[in-house]
Design a protein around this ligand. Structure first.
Ligand code: PHE
Length: 433
């Protein structure tokens, strides 16, 4: 592992991790979940769930990746040679490949809408757009090609370089959008919707929602953190990386809420989530806006879809890197060829998702409700119960040199061994109730 390429700096590492975390989930799900689940009350529960559970799961994956300095399968080969744990490695390569197939379809929609934003030539409805097939298909393939090109550039010159520019840019964009949206007349109820604490809406379901959201948002359970951590310096502090990633992602998601909800309320639309929000409600708002402000409408639309596209891109490249790292390290592929193979495989699977929305929905359902929780659970069990306590401590504390990490180790290990497995199992089972 001595000569393995690395991100190059702590900032590059956090930018890459935050790039994976900040994505569609932060834009089209978080604001709505907050509004519907009790506003500030939900945010507090979300922060508690992140700190107590999601960040420790992040540590578990980080420990596997940086300790082994290898891709998901290589990590299992090195840390648990000859054991059935290799299937965890296999799972962590399959899951992101499947997710990529449909995540990139959404990335394609964002790029198509970005191009249409310049003239506000949005389709009549999102349903009509996705049913048209040809444009979503071309957009998907173009988006995949772009994501693959970035990954083909390598760890430092491709992934790290892109994230180091994109993450600060995303914050600038979302701050501009939020400032504009908050200043709209009639936007105040949107702020109220987002933040007014309503503890009466809080119940066990809320906690399960917050956990699931944090899990997906930090890109856990699919080998991304394992893979990225293998490119992170042994000197970096994983607690800073974990808290930094979670903190930036939450901050971005709140800003996204401020960018979206006041505008939604000012336009008198019902708040929504998912594709309906991003590809129906907001284009409607941009169009309406342009009747009074012909220049501002397209400008805001372009800024918005640029934000969505970049947020999706930084996540997609983290998905691509997982199978690519495996192909390079375990199968002797050159980076360019590995990327090409991933492009071909996910290009076919993604095209099926474009042409048949049932494929899209099935893959999403299987990944989010089954594969991700299983992957996360196994990672936590691996670090908590299979790896030697001394090795875990050594990795978590950078060989005992980090004072605060050494103090926190006992608590983190407790969370990993007991609370995290139980919580993931609970979230998993709640999908079937
Ligand atoms: N964390 C991303 C988001 O919130 C989702 C994601 C999941 C990204 C899996 C990459 C991989 O949108």
């Amino acid at each position: 592992m001595g000569n393995k390429e690395q991100f190059g700096s702590s900032f590059a590492a956090i930018a890459a991790l935050a790039g994976s975390a900040i994505g569609l989930g932060s834009i089209w799900r978080f604001p709505y979940m907050v509004g519907e689940n009790g506003g500030a009350a939900y945010i507090i529960i979300y922060i508690a769930a992140s700190l107590l559970l999601c960040v420790p799961i992040f540590f578990a994956e980080f420990i596997i990746g940086r300790r082994s300095g290898a891709n998901c399968l290589g990590a299992m080969r090195k840390l648990a040679p000859g054991s059935a744990w290799k299937w965890l490695g296999v799972l962590c390569i399959i899951t992101p490949t499947i997710i990529l197939s449909y995540y990139a379809v959404v990335g394609g929609w964002s790029v198509a809408y970005l191009l249409r934003s310049f003239r506000l030539g949005f389709p009549d409805s999102f349903g009509a757009f996705s049913a048209s097939r040809l444009e979503p298909l071309i957009a998907f393939l173009a988006y995949m090609a772009l994501s693959c090109l970035i990954v083909a550039g390598g760890i430092k010159k491709g992934i790290a370089a892109f994230n180091k520019v994109s993450i600060p840019l995303l914050f600038v964009l979302v701050v501009c959008l939020a400032a504009y949206s908050v200043s709209l007349e009639g936007g105040a109820p949107g702020i109220d919707y987002l933040f007014r604490p309503d503890w009466s809406k809080v119940n066990t379901r809320t906690v399960v929602n917050a956990l699931g959201q944090g899990f997906y948002s930090l890109s856990l359970g699919m080998g991304i953190i394992v893979t990225y951590a293998s490119y992170i310096s042994k000197k970096d502090n994983m607690v800073t990386a974990g808290l930094g990633t979670a903190g930036f992602t939450l901050f971005f998601a709140i800003l996204a809420g401020l960018a979206i909800m006041p505008a939604v309320f000012a336009a008198g639309i019902e708040p929504a989530s998912g594709p309906g929000l991003v590809f129906d409600s907001l284009p409607f708002i941009f169009k309406t806006m342009s009747s009074s402000y012909p220049v501002l409408g397209p400008v805001v639309a372009v800024l918005f879809f640029l934000t969505v596209s970049i947020a999706a891109l930084t996540s997609s490249i983290s998905l691509i890197e997982v199978p690519v790292a495996w192909l390079i390290e375990e199968n002797g592929f050159r980076r360019g060829r590995a990327v090409l193979l991933v492009f071909l495989v996910t290009g076919i699977a993604g095209s099926a998702c474009v042409l048949d929305s049932a494929v899209f929905e099935t893959l999403d359902l299987i990944c989010c409700n089954v594969l991700l929780p299983i992957g996360g659970l196994l990672c936590v069990l691996f670090v908590g119960w299979k790896m030697k306590r001394e090795d875990v401590r050594d990795e978590f504390t950078n060989g005992g040199s980090l004072k605060w990490n050494t103090k926190a180790f006992g608590a983190v290990r407790f969370l990993l061994c007991y609370l995290a497995p139980l919580a993931i199992a609970a979230v998993f089972l709640s999908n079937f109730i």
